[in-house]
Design a protein around this ligand. Structure first.
Ligand SMILES: Nc1ncnc2c1ncn2[C@@H]1O[C@H](COP(=O)(O)OP(=O)(O)O)[C@@H](O)[C@H]1O
Ligand SMILES: [Mg+2]
Length: 248
């Protein structure tokens, strides 16, 4: 079990202090797949960074299998079996696709070739390619997802894996994330995609840094669909009035 207990995050910008996450309580159970969804800027990637130890919370705790891991950083958590496919994967100058996969390899794939094939990239074409701007955003996303599959982590966070990925690769991606999940793992997918929201066990909706809804997929899906139809946001006001046109 992975738990976030009353996690808040405040950051100071030049002008003011902003609250990015506020009083987050969540439990992730082994064997379950979760979708974390919500509007742009609601705090999804920040929450992923807190889970991965990239960002320390201002308040609250992160507990994994009974141990308080709040003060552990990214490297320690990676060693414990946490893996994160970033929303915007980094391009590593001077490295090839093969080098990245070799670093990541544990027991997830038999070879670097199968890792790439699993996500629909031809190894013969890609293994020797440099990890630079010659790779498109969608190719980088798929290569990073391949490294997570190679790494075979127990806690996996995929941040908008669908971004920039074509329809054909998307189908394969969903399938490979689903089949590589098992009873020993926690899989968290940050996504807005209906297909992803419909394949998980539980959906968590975050808005303005707070958990708005959470629960099993079928009960939450209908409510999310309804709320997404309303263009109004709580904090969208003009002269004290709700500003966005709302058709509800
Ligand atoms: N380092 C930072 N300094 C100030 N604001 C930040 C910082 N990181 C994120 N934010 C803000 O926090 C909010 C949540 O960001 P993010 O977690 O990336 O949202 P999401 O992934 O849901 O689109 C956004 O309004 C973003 O601008
Ligand atoms: Mg994000």
């Amino acid at each position: 079990m992975l738990s976030l207990k009353n996690v808040s995050l405040r950051l100071s910008t030049e002008e003011r202090e902003v609250t990015i996450l506020s009083g987050i309580d969540l439990n992730f159970e082994r064997g379950k797949m979760y979708a974390l969804t919500g509007p742009n800027g609601s705090g999804k990637s920040t929450l992923a960074r807190v889970i991965m130890g990239i960002q320390s919370p201002s308040e609250g705790k992160v507990i994994f299998e009974g141990n308080d891991i709040t003060s552990m950083g990214l490297t320690e958590r990676a060693q414990m079996g946490f893996g994160y496919a970033f929303q915007h994967p980094a391009r590593f100058k001077g490295m090839r696709v093969l080098d990245l996969l070799e670093i990541a390899m544990r027991q997830g794939c038999d070879t670097e070739c199968t890792c790439l094939r699993n996500i629909g990239l031809c190894p013969e074409e890609y293994l020797e390619r440099p990890l630079d701007s010659s790779l498109s955003g969608g190719e980088m996303k798929r290569i990073e997802i391949a490294t997570i599959l190679a790494q075979d982590p127990r806690v996996r966070v995929f941040d908008e894996p669908e971004a920039g990925i074509d329809l054909w690769s998307f189908e394969r991606l969903i399938s490979v994330i689903g089949t590589s999940h098992d009873q020993g793992r926690i899989t968290i997918i940050i996504s807005h995609q209906e297909k992803i929201l419909k394949m998980v066990d539980e959906i968590i909706l975050i808005e303005s840094g707070k958990i708005k809804m959470q629960g099993d997929r079928d009960s939450i899906w209908g409510q999310i669909y309804e709320s997404a139809r309303c263009a109004c946001r709580e904090n969208c006001k003009k002269e004290g009035e709700n500003y966005a046109e709302c058709t509800r």
